[in-house]
Design a protein around this ligand. Structure first.
Ligand code: FAD
Length: 820
C-alpha cells in the first residue's frame, strides 16, 4: 500500500488508522501535536453519547457501524469501550411528540430499533425523571455511551500491531507537494514523506486546509458540559472505577430545553446547547493554549448555564440534592449544514480530510473513508458529507461562520423539511429576481441561490379553488411552508403554459479539441453526435452507482453545455479535467451558471406563445425532442433546448444573464392571452413526480445502480464508460417504485418508512400531491419483487397510510404531451 500520514490521533484519526491497516494499507503514520493518548483534542473529554437516529441515512449508518464496532472492542479490552445503556429522548410539547414520531420513522427506515413510549414508561426507563414533566418519549435500546479514549486506545494498539506508527507531540506545520500531488508533511523533525495525507485534525482542520489552499467549512465552537456532585438516589449504584462509561441509566435528551444527560457513576453529566453560539477565535486559542494539556477546554461560564440547571432540577427533581461540581466550555466543530466534511481535496491529489465528525459517527466515517481511499468509491452515499458539496460562495468565511452558528442554535430544534433559513438570504439571485418579487414570490434557497417556490400573485388563478379543496384534509404539520398555489401553478401549466426560472440549476461548458474523448468515458451515452444534439446521460462511479444525471448538449464541434446537479459535479469534472490536462489533453471546464439565465417554457400553449416570436421555427417537426438550436426571440440571442422536466412540450431557453429580463417580459406580455403563468419549484416538483422523473440526491444516489433507480434507459448498450462492468454485475437489491395514496387526505414529507406485503422495509424519497390524480404520489425504495397493484403501508408521523404500487409514470405515460 501507499505511505499514509494521518494528521490527528483523536477518535477519527485513530479509527481511520485501524480501518486502513485492517484493509492492508499498513504503512500508516499518525502524527499529533498533543501527547498520546489524551491529545487534548475534542475526543479527550467527549462524554460520548451515541444516538444513532438521524434524518440522514448515511449518518445513521455511520453511527450504527460505530456502535457495532465499539461494542466489539469491549471484548478485547479491560475497559468498557461501549456501554449500551439505551437512549431516551423525551417530549415536553406536542410539537416535539410529533417530531419524535417522525424520528421513529427514520429509525425504522434506516434499520435502528426504536419505539414511542408514554410518560410512565419514560420514568421506568429513567427513574430520575418526573413523569409529570414529559408527554412521552422515543426509546432506542441500542444507543449508549462510548468511552472515546478507551476506543482510541484499543484501536491504536490494533493498528500498531498491524504496522502503524503513532507519534505524539509532533505538530504538522506544512504540507509538502509536487505539482498537484501531495508528497509529505513537514514537522519540526523534518519531512515525513507520504503518498497520501489525511487531515483528521478536528476543529483545527481549517488551519490544515489553509496549508493546501482548501477552505474547510467548519467553525470551532464552545459547548457547555458539567458534572454534578453525588446525586442521592445514585449513591453506590455504579462502581465509578469501571471507567468513563460507568452507567446504568439510559442516555437522555430533553431537546425542548436544549439539554442532554448521562450518568457518571453516582453523578450526572449535563450537556447544554441553549446558550448563545460561542465561536472560538483560533488565533487566540493558539496563543493562549500553547503550553496547555487540554487546549479544547475553555473555562466554564456559569451564568450561561443557569437556565439549564433550573430546568434540569424540574425534570430530574433529585438533582436538587446535588450541585454543579465541575464544568467546562468544550470545543468541537460545527459546519454550515451540521454534516461532517469528508473526502479528497478536489485540487490536490493524495490529500484527504475527515473532520467535523462526532464520536457517534467516528468509526463509520473511518470505514467509509477507507473504502473511498482504497477502492476509489465509498461504501455509503457521501453526497451530504463530501467537502465538495458546498458552492464557492458557501465556503466563504462569513457564510461558514453565520451558518455554523445557526447550526449550533438549531441543533436540537424541530426543523420542518421545507423550512427555510432566515439568515444569509439573497446571496445569489437570478437576473429575474426583482420580477419574481413583484409577483410576490415565496423564495427557497438552494446552496446560495434564491428560487421562487410559488408566487402569491397566483392566488387569483382559476385553478386555485380546486387546489384549495384538494388540500383541505392536510394535517397541520404537513401544510407548513406550503401553499395550494403550488397545485394551481402545476395545473395551470398542464392547461396552458408555465414559465419557470431555471437559472439556479448549475451548468457548465466543456470545451477543447479533446472535449469528446474527455466526456465519452464518464457518460453512459456517447456524446459524439451531431452539433445540436442533446443527451440525457448518467455518470457512474467505478462500482456502477449513479454519481449524477446530466443533460449534455453539443453546442459546437468542440463545445458542450452540461446541466449538472450541483457543486459536487462541478468539483468532480474540474478534477477530472485537471488530471486530463496533466496527461496532455486539451479540455477546459468552465461554470457558466451566473453569466447565463435559463427559462423553462412548457405546456400545451408553449408553441403558440414562443413560435411567433422566434426567428427559427420551433414546432415539433422543426426542432425535434432532445435537439437544440440557436435563435432570436424578442431580439435576444437564445439557445433553445427541446427538453422538459415537467413532461410538457416546450424548451429550456438559455440567454445571457443581461438579456433575461427582456426575454421574460416579452414572454409574459405575449403569454397573457394564452394563460401563461409564472410557476415555482413546488409546481416543478409536482409535475416531474407525476411524470416519474427522478431528482438525483433525493431519489437516487451512488448507492443505486441505473437499473435499480429505473434509469436503465439512459445507458447505451454499445458504449464503454467508467462503471459499466461493475454495473452489469450488480444484483438488483431494491427498486424505486411509484406509489399512489389510497386516501386523498394522505400527505407525505419524504423519508417515511414503507412496509411491503412481505414485511420488508423501504423508504419514501420524493412525494407530492397531484392536482390531476387528486392523491399523493410518492417514490419509494422497496423490494424488487413489489408489483403494480401491491399494497404497502407508509408510516407518516403518528399514522399509517395505505399506498398502491403504480406504474412509474402517473400522468401521460405515452408522452403525447411531450411530443406536442
Ligand atoms: P480531536 O479529538 O480533536 O482530534 C484532532 C486531533 O488533531 C487533536 O488530537 C489535535 O491535537 C490534532 N491536531 C490538530 N492540529 C494538528 C497539527 N497541526 N499537527 C498534528 N496534530 C494536530 N460527540 C458525540 O458523538 N457525542 C457526544 O455526546 C459528544 N459530546 C461532546 C461534548 C463536548 C463538551 C464536546 C466538546 C464535544 C462533544 N462531542 C460529542 C463531539 C466529539 O467530541 C468530537 O466531534 C470528536 O471527538 C472529534 O474527534 P476528532 O478525532 O475529529 O477530533
Amino acid at each position: 500500500g501507499p505511505r499514509v500520514v494521518i494528521i490527528g490521533a483523536g477518535i477519527v484519526g485513530t479509527s481511520l488508522a485501524d480501518e486502513l491497516t485492517g484493509r492492508g494499507w499498513t504503512d500508516v503514520t499518525v502524527l499529533d501535536r498533543g501527547p498520546l493518548p489524551a491529545t487534548g483534542g475534542s475526543s479527550s473529554h467527549a462524554p460520548g453519547l451515541v444516538f444513532a437516529t438521524n434524518p440522514s441515512e448515511t449518518l445513521s449508518r455511520f453511527a450504527q457501524y460505530t456502535v457495532d464496532k465499539f461494542r466489539g472492542l469491549a471484548e478485547t479490552s479491560d475497559r468498557l469501550c461501549f456501554n449500551p445503556v439505551g437512549g431516551l429522548e423525551v417530549a415536553t410539547t406536542e410539537a416535539r411528540m410529533t417530531d419524535l414520531h417522525r424520528k421513529a420513522g427514520w429509525a425504522r427506515a434506516w434499520g435502528v430499533s426504536a419505539r414511542i413510549v408514554d410518560a410512565a414508561e419514560c420514568a421506568r426507563l429513567h427513574p430520575l425523571l418526573d413523569p409529570a414533566t414529559v408527554l412521552g418519549g422515543l426509546h432506542t435500546p441500542t444507543d449508549g455511551l462510548a468511552d472515546a479514549l478507551a476506543c482510541v486506545d484499543v484501536q491504536r494498539q490494533r493498528a500498531e500491531a498491524a504496522g502503524a506508527r503513532f507519534v505524539g507531540d509532533t505538530r504538522v506545520r506544512a504540507i509538502v507537494t509536487t505539482g498537484d500531488r501531495v508528497t509529505g508533511v513537514e514537522t519540526a523533525d523534518g519531512i515525513h514523506p507520504a503518498d497520501v495525507v489525511v487531515s483528521c485534525a478536528g476543529f483545527w482542520g481549517v488551519e490544515i486546509g489553509a496549508m493546501v489552499d482548501l477552505r474547510v467549512p467548519l467553525v470551532a465552537m464552545g459547548h457547555q458540559y458539567v458534572e454534578t456532585t453525588t446525586v442521592d438516589p445514585l449513591r453506590g449504584s455504579v462502581d465509578p472505577r469501571v471507567g468513563k462509561a460507568a452507567a446504568t441509566l439510559p442516555i437522555l435528551r430533553h431537546q425542548d430545553a436544549d439539554l442532554y444527560y448521562r450518568q457518571h457513576g453516582d453523578r450526572i453529566g449535563i450537556g447544554y446547547y441553549g446558550h448563545h453560539a460561542m465561536p472560538v477565535d483560533m488565533d487566540r486559542l493558539y496563543r493562549d493554549t500553547r503550553e496547555q494539556p487540554m487546549p479544547s477546554m475553555l473555562p466554564f461560564t456559569p451564568a450561561d448555564f443557569a437556565p439549564a440547571w433550573t430546568e434540569s432540577t424540574r425534570v430530574l427533581p433529585s438533582l436538587a440534592s446535588a450541585s454543579v461540581a465541575d464544568g467546562f466550555n468544550g470545543i468541537f466543530s460545527f459546519t454550515p449544514d451540521g454534516g461532517p466534511v469528508l473526502g479528497p481535496h478536489p485540487g490536490l491529489d493524495g490529500f484527504w480530510v475527515a473532520e467535523a465528525v462526532w464520536v457517534t459517527q467516528s468509526a463509520g466515517v473511518a470505514r467509509t473513508m477507507a473504502h473511498w481511499m482504497i477502492d476509489g468509491s465509498p461504501d455509503l452515499c457521501v453526497a451530504g458529507c463530501d467537502i465538495a458539496r458546498f458552492s464557492a460562495r458557501e465556503t466563504a468565511p462569513d457564510h461558514v461562520a453565520a451558518m455554523s452558528a445557526r447550526a449550533f442554535d438549531e441543533v436540537y430544534d424541530i426543523i420542518h423539511p421545507r423550512e427555510q433559513r432566515s439568515i444569509q438570504r439573497d446571496l445569489t439571485v437570478s437576473p429575474l429576481h426583482e420580477r419574481h418579487r413583484a409577483r410576490a414570490a415565496v423564495f427557497v434557497t438552494s446552496h446560495d441561490w434564491e428560487r421562487p417556490a410559488w408566487f402569491e400573485a397566483n392566488t387569483a388563478l382559476p385553478q386555485i379553488d380546486t387546489a384549495s379543496a384538494a388540500s383541505a384534509h392536510r394535517d397541520d404539520f404537513s401544510t407548513r411552508h406550503w401553499s395550494p398555489i403550488v397545485l394551481a401553478e402545476a395545473a395551470a401549466t398542464r392547461a396552458g403554459v408555465g414559465l419557470f426560472d431555471m437559472t439556479s440549476l448549475m451548468r457548465l461548458q466543456v470545451s477543447g479539441t479533446d472535449a469528446v474523448s474527455f466526456l465519452a468515458p464518464i457518460l453512459t451515452r456517447d456524446p459524439d453526435r451531431a452539433v445540436g444534439t442533446v443527451i440525457y446521460a448518467l455518470m457512474l462511479d467505478p462500482s456502477g452507482g449513479v454519481l449524477s444525471d446530466v443533460t449534455v448538449a453539443r453546442t459546437a464541434a468542440e463545445s458542450f453545455q452540461i446541466g449538472i446537479n450541483g457543486p459536487l459535479d462541478l468539483a468532480r469534472l474540474r478534477a477530472l479535467a485537471r488530471v486530463a490536462r496533466r496527461d496532455g489533453a486539451d479540455v477546459e471546464v468552465r461554470e457558466i451558471t451566473a453569466e447565463t439565465a435559463c427559462l423553462g417554457v412548457w405546456g400545451p400553449a408553449a408553441l403558440a406563445l414562443v413560435d411567433p416570436l422566434s426567428e427559427a421555427a420551433l414546432g415539433p417537426d422543426d426542432l425535434g425532442f432532445y435537439r437544440t438550436v440557436r435563435t432570436r426571440i424578442a431580439d435576444v440571442s437564445v439557445l433553445a433546448m427541446r427538453v422538459s422536466y415537467v413532461g410538457e412540450f416546450g424548451w429550456e431557453l438559455y440567454v445571457a444573464a443581461d438579456d433575461a429580463v427582456t426575454l421574460a417580459d416579452e414572454l409574459t406580455s405575449a403569454g397573457a392571452s394564452l394563460g401563461a403563468v409564472w410557476a415555482g419549484r413546488g409546481a416543478l416538483d409536482t409535475l416531474r413526480i407525476e411524470k416519474g422523473y427522478r431528482s438525483w440526491g433525493t431519489d437516487m444516489t451512488a448507492m443505486h445502480s441505473p437499473d435499480e433507480a429505473g434509469l436503465a434507459f439512459a445507458v447505451a448498450k454499445n458504449h464503454d464508460f467508467v462503471g459499466r462492468a461493475a454495473m452489469s454485475q450488480r444484483p438488483v437489491r431494491r427498486r424505486l417504485h411509484t406509489l399512489v395514496a389510497d386516501d386523498p387526505g394522505t400527505l407525505l414529507l419524504g423519508r417515511e418508512p414503507v412496509t411491503g406485503p412481505d414485511g420488508t422495509v423501504g423508504h419514501v424519497t420524493s412525494a407530492a400531491f397531484s392536482p390531476i390524480v387528486h392523491r399523493t404520489i410518492a417514490y419509494a425504495w422497496g423490494a424488487p419483487e413489489l408489483r403494480v397493484g401491491d399494497q404497502v403501508h407508509v408510516d407518516h408521523l403518528a399514522t399509517t397510510a395505505t399506498f398502491t404500487v403504480s406504474p412509474t409514470t402517473t400522468v401521460d405515460p405515452e408522452n403525447a404531451r411531450l411530443k406536442g
